[in-house]
Design a protein around this ligand. Structure first.
Ligand code: NAP
Length: 511
């Protein structure tokens, strides 16, 4: 058996612990067990599945300090940032436990029969949602807890009733392993099927590709690069039976800087946006990678303040040496372009560290060069300076699909630029007014998704309770005898959950 070790993100030193690399020939057994566990899981009551998620949270709380220490070493993220992520992860478990128990995610819809209807009788139709089957989750490098072993993808898949196989991200294997142990322990403590959650380590792409291609895999959750997400989607679409890949791949999160707001509060917005850009070394899928403003004195003041604030920012460690290399290569590519001017860029003093940057380009050049539209993952933002409002609209129209869009403007700005921000809304999954794109609430009203290339499917969200929908599909029972229906669909509302009966939401029985 081959093993590998975690790496200290700040020093490059190998960390304690070695992790077995899963080989391709193990996949039949892993997926076979996942299928068996999936089938057994369907017989378990919702309330017990809720207890399983609650127990995972309790187990994680018991190792909180060790987990945060390990994640800090492997990712270079600060301990306070990881603590925030830890809380998000444990709260997410509670949130999804509540979702399972309430049952409203089943979205039951019942339309009763009408035998008197002419010219044809109306059948009895009862719709609900069922889980897809074994789901493969790729741990995300930039969320070692909230989007890795038991992050948003895994917890929503388990809540939906799927079994889960996690491929640990190789940049934080120890963190992933610690979490996985707690999930498996919780499964045992609450009587879940053995293989309801499996966790594997890999080196290289083969195992991940094999997991996606395996005939028993029914869906994939992924957060990472555009190239990685697209490669996995291509594999999934080339299977004899294609499956969905829910890939969240990247976004530049354009921010519209409108003139009145800048005139009145340039320093405030500069500081606020720098804080958003540099949080966790810019390694958020929502960091403000593009800002769009009108050439003006107010914009110049904003740029000066932005530059001044950037210069006070400390150097930071990036998640891994390859992510640092990708960042440097992306910045280098920008620096070679004649039309791009670097307003602020500093070479970091410490090895394996990064400093934030601001670059500038005019609207016409931005529109013409597709390279400038791509995400550079890390603390860099490109300011697009537009000659006038028409050019600004053209710049917005040239943007690709995004996770978020932001508008910074007062009431007069919003009236004057209403076409501009409304055009931006057509490109994004979430529109922020006078705020920053970073910071994603895990609630029912969140949509963390967006048109391609931000994700492979703009209908679905990776964050919030609706994330469960990715791993479910609707099934309708037509004229099924009452006693053969699943309990949730029978005339008597045995689960006491909300159901839509002939268009009305109610907890009543069908009469
Ligand atoms: P990544 O390279 O896309 O890798 C993510 C996961 O997918 C890893 O487990 C990786 O396998 C696997 N993978 C990637 N390409 C694959 C392929 N062709 N076939 C099979 N598996 C594949 O992302 P990353 O390692 O997190 O970071 C690399 C770059 O991704 C960053 O520099 C950044 O540009 C981007 N990124 C973007 C976001 C975002 O939210 N927008 C988040 C993270 C990263 P391995 O086990 O071999 O690594």
């Amino acid at each position: 058996m081959r093993f590998y070790q975690g790496v200290n993100a700040a020093t490059g030193e190998l960390l304690a612990g070695s992790f077995p690399i899963c080989e391709l020939d193990a996949l039949d057994e892993i997926l076979g067990r996942a299928k068996g566990a999936f089938e057994d899981y369907q017989t378990i009551e919702f309330s017990k599945k809720g207890l399983f998620l609650r127990q995972i949270r309790i187990n994680l709380l018991e190792i909180e300090t060790d987990l945060i220490d390990r994640a800090h070493l492997e990712t270079g993220l600060s301990k306070p940032r990881i603590k925030t992520e830890f809380d998000r992860t444990t709260n997410q478990l509670l949130l999804f436990a509540g979702i399972i128990e309430r049952g409203d995610w089943l979205e039951i819809s019942i339309d009763t029969e009408d035998n008197e209807r002419l010219p044809t009788p109306k059948p009895d139709l009862r719709k609900w949602y069922i889980p897809l089957g074994p789901v493969v989750v790729f741990g995300a490098s930039n969320f070692p807890l909230a989007y890795s072993a038991i992050g948003g993808d895994s917890v929503s898949a388990l809540a939906a009733g799927c079994s889960v196989i996690v491929k640990a991200h190789p940049s934080h294997p120890g963190t992933s392993e610690l979490v996985a142990e707690m999930v498996i322990k919780a499964g045992k403590m609450t009587g879940m099927p053995d293989a309801i959650f499996q966790h594997v380590h890999a080196q290289g792409f083969e195992l991940g590709a094999g997991l996606v291609e395996h005939p028993l895999t029914k869906a994939v959750g992924f957060t990472g690069s555009f190239s990685g997400g697209m490669a996995l989607q291509k594999l999934a679409n080339s299977r004899p039976v294609p499956i969905p890949v829910f890939a969240e791949m990247g976004s530049t999160n354009p921010v519209l800087l409108l003139p009145n707001a800048l005139k009145n509060k340039a320093a405030f917005w500069a500081k606020t946006l720098v804080a958003s850009l540099t949080a966790s070394a810019g390694q958020f899928c929502t960091n403000p990678g593009i800002m769009i403003g009108l050439k003006s004195d107010a914009l110049d003041v904003f740029v000066d303040k932005f530059k001044e604030t950037l210069s006070l920012e400390p150097e930071q460690v990036m998640l891994s040496s390859s992510i640092l290399q990708n960042f440097e290569a992306g910045r280098e590519t920008l620096a070679k372009l004649e039309e791009v001017e670097f307003v602020y860029c500093k070479t970091p003093e410490a090895h394996r560290h990064v400093s934030p940057s601001l670059a500038r380009v005019n609207g016409v050049d931005f529109i013409q060069n597709p390279l400038l539209h791509h995400e550079i993952f890390g603390p860099i933002s490109l300011l697009v300076e537009c000659a006038d409002t028409d050019e600004m609209l053209k710049v917005i129209n040239s943007l690709e699909g995004q996770l978020t869009g932001t508008v910074i403007g007062d009431a007069m700005d919003l009236e004057r630029f209403d076409v501009h921000y409304k055009t931006l809304i057509t490109k994004v999954g979430r529109m922020i007014f006078n705020g920053v794109p970073t910071g994603v609430e895990v609630v029912g009203s969140m949509h963390h998704g967006g048109p391609f290339p931000a994700t492979t499917n703009s209908y679905f969200t990776a964050v919030g309770t609706d994330a469960i929908r990715r791993f479910l599909r609707p099934v309708v029972y037509q004229n099924c005898p009452n006693d053969l229906l699943p309990l949730a669909l029978q005339n008597k509302n045995g689960l006491g959950i909300y159901r839509r009966i002939n268009g009305e939401l109610s907890k009543s029985d069908v009469v």
